[in-house]
Design a protein around this ligand. Structure first.
Ligand code: FMN
Length: 337
């Protein structure tokens, strides 16, 4: 057995804070924005099926900006030879980690025999992971659930982890709830099955050599920080997307540095935005990811409104963002007065 590329200190550091892979959300524009907010976090792509990596439009599917590192490519699939080929391509395209999705519960994914239903096929996952490790020289990691449907035995979950770890996987991101494969939509599957962080904690206690990242329902700074007493990292999904300033606060709290204002951070994103506009990207494809920046702030509504109403118009450019910021700052000032 060959182990996945040994996690070095930089890896251990960046795994502390990560942003979850999210289909339709964590595209390259989104990740470049999150990178500005959280210079030290580890970022993940949307899931891309191994077949798509091999046969699809790589320029689009594997688009990545140089600022994004460290960034992991998340693969879907279960056929070891295809996973290996896709992992090799991902590493060649510059991704810093290849992550295998063993947590997605959608019908489409089940029909394709990948995602969460792989929790029931540890030997197949182990074969896939071994093939990926042999094919590339970046860490190969797995994102999984606790189990599927009515799996309620910790031992079964731990046996899954052990089988995959024996194939060389050293890092597991545990979305700490089951996936219910019948009767729940993917959205409900992120909310209804109860969270059991204690399983992830126990895994780390019993298998200290493995890197364990906990995910699921983490929505506040103190809550995220408490997880670090038990595991190696916390991965945030929806909260990071809907309230991206939380990422900045976590990055500063955990890695150091000065807290910057929301407006400063957005302006630091400007060079990326201008470069994308110059390449013909429409502003709306970028601004949709920043709408939550002022979430919970007085000016937040005006900010969202200006961007939502203007970003799809022909010729929309950075000046729209400045207008949104101006109104928001005005709202904040009148609030303070
Ligand atoms: C819109 C959306 C898309 C998602 N797509 C993926 C995906 O492609 N791969 C994956 O492993 N998980 C995906 N997830 C699940 C998240 O990675 C994460 O495990 C889940 O949202 C729980 O974390 P949270 O409570 O912090 O959001 C998605 C979640 C959302 C909200």
């Amino acid at each position: 057995m060959t182990a996945s590329a040994a996690p070095d200190r930089a890896y251990a550091r960046s795994i502390r804070l990560s942003v979850a892979p999210m289909m339709d959300w964590t595209d390259s524009h989104c990740r470049a924005f999150h990178r500005v907010l959280a210079p030290n976090a580890r970022l993940y792509t949307e899931m891309v099926h191994a077949n798509a990596v091999i046969h699809g439009d790589r320029g689009r599917l594997l688009a990545m900006d140089a600022s994004e590192h460290p960034v992991a490519l998340q693969l879907g699939g279960s056929e070891p030879a295809l996973l290996a080929q896709a992992a090799r391509i991902g590493a060649e395209w510059g991704f810093d980690e290849i992550n295998l999705n063993c947590g997605c519960p959608s019908d489409r994914v089940q029909a394709g025999r990948f995602g969460a239903c792989l929790m029931r096929e540890p030997a197949l996952v182990a074969d896939g992971v071994a093939a990926m490790i042999a094919a590339c020289d970046v860490p190969v990691t797995v994102k999984c659930r606790l189990g599927v449907d009515d799996d309620h035995e910790y031992e079964r979950f731990a046996a899954f982890i052990d089988t995959v770890a024996q194939a060389g996987c050293r890092t597991f991101v545990v979305h700490a709830r089951n996936a219910w494969l019948q009767g729940l939509s993917p959205k409900e599957n992120r909310e209804v099955p109860p969270l059991r962080y204690d399983w992830a904690y126990r895994l780390k206690r019993e298998r200290p050599a493995l890197t364990i990242v906990v995910n699921g329902g983490i929505a506040a700074q103190d809550e995220a920080t408490r997880h670090l007493d038990h595991v190696d990292g916390a991965m945030l999904g929806r909260a990071a997307y809907h309230d991206p300033y939380l990422l900045h606060r976590l990055d500063v709290a955990w890695y150091g540095g000065e807290l910057r204002t929301r407006a400063e951070l957005l302006r630091a994103y400007r060079p990326y935005v201008e470069a994308q506009l110059a390449r013909g990207v429409f502003l709306k494809h970028i601004t949709r990811h920043v709408l939550g920046l002022f979430a919970g702030e007085r000016g937040g509504r005006a900010f969202r409104q200006v961007l939502s109403e203007g970003a799809h118009k022909p010729g929309a450019d950075w000046s729209l963002i400045e207008r949104a910021l101006g109104l928001t700052e005005e709202g904040l000032r009148s609030d303070a007065a």
